[in-house]
Design a binder for this molecule. Structure first.
Ligand SMILES: NC(=O)c1ccc[n+]([C@@H]2O[C@H](COP(=O)([O-])OP(=O)(O)OC[C@H]3O[C@@H](n4cnc5c(N)ncnc54)[C@H](OP(=O)(O)O)[C@@H]3O)[C@@H](O)[C@H]2O)c1
Length: 296
C-alpha cells in the first residue's frame, strides 16, 4: 500500500513509520512545520502527487492543559479542522483514512471498572476532548471510507512522557519519592501496539469506530510502580488524589475502554497492559535508564 503518514514525528507516528516500512508498505512521512493537516492546499497537493491508497493520521495537538488557554486555537486546528480537511480530501479521491481519537471524548464518570464501549454516549469534559470529538464527527460527515481508533494513556520511548518524567523524579531525588495519582483508571497503551493495531485495520480496510487500548486497567500509580519495579529502580511511589495536583483541564476518572468492535471484527491485537509494558521495557528499558540517569 502507498500510505501518507501525518504527524510522523510524534509517538504513534514514529512507531508507525518503522512498522509500516518493515511490512513493505511505501510510506511518505510528513509533519509540522512543512505539512499542516489543516491546510487544504497542502493536503490536496500531497494526495494528488502521491496517489496514496491510505492516510494514517497520527497528527494531533496533545497538550491537554495548554488547550484550555493559549493552545486552544492550535488544538481546534489540529484536532477538529485537520481531520475534516483530511477526510474531505480523502473522500473526493476514494482514499482510506485511519484516524486516531481519545478516551477524553467521554466524561469518565461511570463506576470503575465498567468500561466504555463504542456505542456509549460521549460527553467530553475538556477542550481537547471537545475538539477530538468534533474531528470524529467531521470524518463521519465527510462520507470518507474511514476507521477511527480511540486510544488512551499512550506511551513510548520518544518525546516527553509519563514514564520518563517519573523515572527522572524518583532517580534524582534523595528519598526517591513521588506522589502519583491513584483515582484515575485507564489502560496504558504502547505506541508500538497501537501502530500494530492501526496496520491491522488498514490492511483489512475495516471501516467504523473502534476502541483500541491494551487489556486490563490500573491507575497512574499502578503504572508507575510497575515500571519502576520491573526496571529495578528504587522508588517510593505514594498514591495521591487528582485534587492534590490541580490541572487546567479536568480529566475523566474512568478512562477504561472496551475494544468491543475490534473483537467483533476479529481484529483486536492488544494484550494485557502489564505484558505490553514488559515487552516495551525489554526493548527500551536500558535506553530509558540511560536517558533518566541522575546527573553526577
Ligand atoms: N498521548 C496520549 O496519551 C493519547 C491518549 C489518547 C489519544 N491520543 C491520540 O493518539 C494520537 C497520537 O498521539 P501521540 O501521543 O502520538 O501524539 P504526539 O506525540 O503529540 O504527536 C503528534 C504529532 O502531530 C504533530 N502535529 C500537531 N499539529 C499538527 C498539524 N496541524 N498538522 C500536522 N501535524 C501536526 C505534532 O507536531 P508538534 O509536536 O510540532 O506539535 C506531533 O509531531 C493522537 O490522535 C492523539 O490525540 C493520545
Amino acid at each position: 500500500m502507498k500510505i501518507l503518514l501525518t504527524g510522523a514525528f510524534g509517538q504513534l507516528g514514529r512507531a508507525s513509520s518503522a512498522l509500516l516500512a518493515s511490512r513493505g508498505h511505501a510510506v511518505t512521512a510528513v509533519d509540522l512545520p512543512s505539512f499542516d493537516i489543516a491546510s487544504a492546499d497542502c493536503v490536496a497537493s500531497a494526495l494528488d502527487a502521491g496517489r496514496f491508497d491510505a492516510i494514517l493520521n497520527a497528527a494531533a495537538y496533545t497538550a491537554v492543559d495548554r488547550a484550555e488557554g493559549a493552545g486552544r486555537d492550535d488544538c481546534w486546528r489540529a484536532n477538529a479542522l485537520g481531520p475534516k480537511v483530511l477526510a474531505e480530501a480523502a473522500a473526493r479521491r476514494n482514499v482510506f483514512l485511519l484516524h486516531v481519537s481519545t478516551d477524553y471524548v467521554f466524561p469518565g464518570d461511570r463506576p470503575v471498572p465498567q468500561p466504555y464501549v463504542e456505542t456509549d454516549a460521549t460527553g467530553p469534559k475538556n477542550e481537547y476532548g471537545r475538539a477530538k470529538l468534533a474531528g470524529e464527527e467531521a470524518i463521519r460527515a465527510s462520507g470518507a471510507r474511514a476507521a477511527i481508533l480511540r486510544t488512551a494513556w499512550l506511551y513510548s520511548d520518544v518525546g516527553r512522557n509519563f514514564v520518563k518524567a517519573i523515572l527522572c523524579r524518583v532517580r534524582s531525588s534523595a528519598d526517591h519519592a513521588a506522589k502519583v495519582v491513584a483515582d484515575q483508571f485507564g489502560s496504558p497503551t504502547t505506541a508500538e501496539d497501537l501502530a500494530q493495531q492501526a496496520l491491522r485495520v488498514l490492511e483489512a480496510r475495516a471501516e467504523g469506530l473502534f476502541h483500541a487500548t491494551s487489556q486490563g486497567y490500573g491507575t497512574w500509580c499502578d503504572f508507575a510502580r510497575a515500571f519502576c519495579e520491573e526496571l529495578g529502580v528504587e522508588a517510593g511511589i505514594a498514591p495521591c488524589a487528582t485534587s492534590d495536583f490541580p490541572t487546567a483541564a479536568s480529566r475523566p476518572s474512568n478512562s477504561i475502554l472496551d475494544n468491543a468492535a475490534l473483537r467483533a471484527a476479529g481484529l483486536d491485537v492488544f494484550d494485557d497492559w502489564r505484558e505490553a509494558l514488559s515487552r516495551f521495557l525489554a526493548r527500551h528499558g536500558e535506553a530509558l535508564l540511560a536517558e533518566t540517569a541522575p546527573e553526577a
